[in-house]
Design a protein around this ligand. Structure first.
Ligand SMILES: Cc1cc2nc3c(=O)[nH]c(=O)nc-3n(C[C@H](O)[C@H](O)[C@H](O)COP(=O)(O)OP(=O)(O)OC[C@H]3O[C@@H](n4cnc5c(N)ncnc54)[C@H](O)[C@@H]3O)c2cc1C
Length: 694
């Protein structure tokens, strides 16, 4: 496979992140400051008794079940009943591998009953080589627990957490049968001893003694049964096996739907209107050089969808047991191993370009066919109700199929219009809109980490700021923050301007950008029509106004924050990372009044949280009109099929069921499982979409 094109034409900075000498020096300095502090917190049995008193009410029922110590299978009692069709994580399709989720814990991660050396648990049982496979049975007396609230110094290795976990539970290291990082997040509050990581770990313990430290941790709620890890595999009923499925769109929703379908034996064809990665890069670069967008292959359309030129931030507001297998798949394709537990998981555009061809190769190996530069034109249906799609009409002819997964993303406005003509039901929905704000990265890092050694260790800082609605005023929040990043024009139509942000894995640019957005509901954009596409008309009118205000060549109108607040045009040249540069414009007048008020209020608040945020170094660039989609395709909650259709599955952001890479991937994968099983209970293992953006 030829290597993907270089993105250097779009990514001019070659600034090393930190020299290793600087990092080493900072580490030494912090180590000497921390000497004794972290270890002295723990006595030989764990921690000081008073440490847990503030942690809330004891969870007595959980304590009883867990402290009693149960075999892997016994832990099932702690969980909801397992959905009947879900298989063990990554297990084969043989019925004897089908286990309850409680059993999955015991089988998946248990070791034999003997105390042995501490074992890392990164490898799934189905990926283990013969000699590595644990010789366990369903009755093996092991349980997997999650211990949260463990602190780790910035300079400490993660392996230190094993001892720390044992110390907290009052266990010997030898009693630990398995260990895995579950979560690692930065606590950037500067307390005594400096910043810390706060971690959760999964521990496999024998069915043996339950120490006082163990019981104390249970009472405090810091120790609980480890959550279930989901699985792509499902038990496909005989009549649903080997179906021909066309997946429209190769973004995260489409690609993970395809993966689940292919892994479960479906015959999958993925079509995408845009080009494969090897051809996509040069066309994006051509747009940047010639300022004429290609309507089919651009920053939004083509292999990997909008996610390909994204920042690749993978934290999400969706809580689903499939997140871990999705992240593991990305790790297997070359993403960093810390992805599944890093609370600020980030891949970066450069690495995404290495991962996607690998993901494609895996799908091809499973028999998936890819048709690039092939646009869905229409559905070929049999009369209903419900209507049955028997083929899709594309720019390269008709493709017969048993099912269609529609994963078109949030910018396929022409396709939506065509589908609506064919009877697919759309609803208008609330969506977010605002501007990008850009600062020198140095200002953000200094504001968050100060000048100390921590800043040198942690690298470019990110932020996540929220200004809640109050006294009749709309709220606003920062979104898609790209430390060391670049503002890009995420455009697929001529004459419209829309911004977004990206960054490489090294966060190497000297700029930090984020969207500052507020939510507009159908009532707020009612002036643009009463139908489902009123939000699209609203987006378009703003994108056109910003395009024209920038001079009509993709230069963006921009305004310094103090000028935005004072209602005047900015003077002088405006430095920005934005691909096409910026010129002074009245963003305060271009935005709808509701948006202007929300942003003005939020910017003042954010300045209290991050010094200099609303100062002259803050530059607003716009417009950020596609942070989320303005429509939803109505679908059945149980079958996930489009209203009035038997075999049409709208998924992902374009269908209105996701707001970012991870939620789109989860929605695609879950919908594929429902398609295969016609049993929505496959989703019972924890989809709790909290709405809004990732
Ligand atoms: C610059 C940028 C940065 C971003 N950064 C992040 C981030 O850091 N983290 C995050 O979570 N999210 C980020 N996002 C958002 C994220 O990329 C999307 O939420 C996500 O890609 C949505 O996935 P999807 O599969 O639903 O749709 P998409 O990724 O949009 O994929 C849709 C695909 O469908 C294809 N298609 C459309 N119409 C047709 C048709 N008629 N026929 C055939 N194919 C068609 C398109 O070509 C496209 O490839 C970013 C977006 C952009 C633009």
């Amino acid at each position: 496979m030829s290597s993907p094109p270089s993105t250097s034409a779009m990514w001019p900075w070659k600034i090393p992140r930190r020299s290793s000498v600087t990092r080493r020096r900072a580490r030494r300095s912090i180590a000497s400051r921390n000497a004794g502090s972290s270890s002295s917190r723990y006595d030989s049995t764990g921690c000081s008794p008073g440490e847990w008193s503030r942690s809330g009410a004891p969870r007595t029922s959980r304590k009883r079940s867990l402290a009693g110590g149960s075999a892997g299978g016994g832990m099932a009692g702690l969980e909801h009943a397992a959905p009947p069709a879900v298989k063990a994580h990554g297990g084969s399709s043989a019925p004897d591998r089908e286990v309850s989720r409680g059993g999955e814990i015991g089988l998946g991660f248990g070791r034999d009953g003997r105390a042995g050396p501490v074992t890392e648990l990164p490898r799934r049982p189905d990926r283990m080589r013969g000699s590595e496979r644990p010789s366990v049975t369903a009755s093996t007396p092991t349980c997997t627990f999650r211990l949260s609230g463990l602190e780790l110094g910035l300079d400490e290795p993660e392996s230190a957490l094993r001892q720390r976990a044992c110390a907290r539970l009052g266990l010997e290291l030898g009693e630990l049968r398995g260990f895995r990082m579950a979560k690692k997040s930065l606590d950037a509050r500067r307390r005594r001893g400096g910043m810390r990581y706060v971690c959760s770990v999964d521990l496999v313990l024998g069915d043996g003694r339950r120490t006082s430290g163990f019981k104390r941790a249970l009472r405090s709620g810091r120790l609980s049964a480890a959550p279930v890890v989901g699985s792509f595999e499902v038990e496909v009923p005989p009549e649903r096996r080997g179906r021909r499925v066309v997946v429209v769109g190769s973004g995260p929703a489409g690609i993970f739907a395809a993966l689940v379908l292919a892994r479960n034996g479906a015959r999958v064809t993925v079509i995408d209107r845009g080009a494969r990665l090897e051809q996509r890069g040069p066309r994006v670069v051509a747009f940047h050089r010639g300022r004429t967008p290609d309507p089919e292959t651009n920053l939004l359309f083509g292999e990997g969808g909008a996610g390909t030129y994204s920042d690749g931030k993978l934290y999400s507001r969706v809580d689903d047991a499939l997140e871990v297998p999705i992240l593991e798949e990305l790790v297997a394709c070359g993403a960093p191993a810390s992805l599944p537990y890093d609370a600020r998981a980030h891949i970066g555009t450069d690495r995404l370009h290495r991962i996607l061809p690998e993901l494609r190769a895996r799908l091809v190996a499973l028999g998936t066919e890819f048709l690039w530069e092939t646009r869905l034109e229409a559905l070929v249906t049999l009369a209903g109700p419900p209507r049955v799609v028997r083929a899709v009409r594309t720019t390269h002819g008709e493709l017969p199929c048993d099912d269609v997964v529609l994963a078109t993303g949030h910018s396929a406005r022409d396709t939506w219009a065509r589908l609506a003509e064919q009877g697919v039901v759309f609803e208008a929905k609330p969506f977010q809109l605002g501007v990008r704000i850009e600062h020198p990265q140095e200002l953000v890092t200094r504001g968050r980490f100060g000048h100390g050694d921590e800043a040198a260790l942690l690298g470019p800082a990110a932020y996540n700021l929220v200004c809640r609605a109050g006294s009749g005023e709309p709220g606003a929040f920062s979104f898609c923050m790209c430390p060391g990043g670049k503002i890009v024009a995420s455009v697929n139509e001529a004459g419209l301007l829309c911004t977004n942000g990206m960054s490489n894995s090294t966060h190497s640019s000297p700029w930090a950008n984020a969207a500052i957005v507020t939510t507009f509901g159908p009532d707020d954009y009612a002036a643009y029509g009463a139908g489902p596409f009123a939000g699209v008309a609203f987006q378009r009118s703003l994108e056109r106004a910003f395009f024209e205000a920038g001079g009509g060549d993709y230069t963006a109108p921009a305004q310094r924050v103090p000028d935005f607040l004072a209602g005047r045009e900015s003077a002088g040249s405006l430095a920005t990372s934005y691909t096409f540069g910026a010129r002074p414009g009245r963003i305060d007048l271009l935005l709808p009044e509701r948006g202007r008020r929300a942003l003005a209020r939020a910017l003042v608040r954010f300045d209290d949280m991050l010094a200099g945020f609303a100062g002259p170094e803050g530059l607003l660039v716009g417009v950020e009109a596609r942070s989320s989609g303005p429509v939803r395709m109505t679908r059945d909650r149980v079958t996930r099929t489009a209203a009035g259709f038997e075999n049409l599955y709208p998924v992902g952001e374009g269908a209105g069921y996701a707001g970012g890479i991870m939620s789109a991937a989860v929605d695609g994968a879950r919908s594929a499982q429902v398609l295969l099983t016609t049993d929505s209970r496959v989703c019972d293992s924890g989809v709790r979409p909290r709405g809004g953006l990732d």
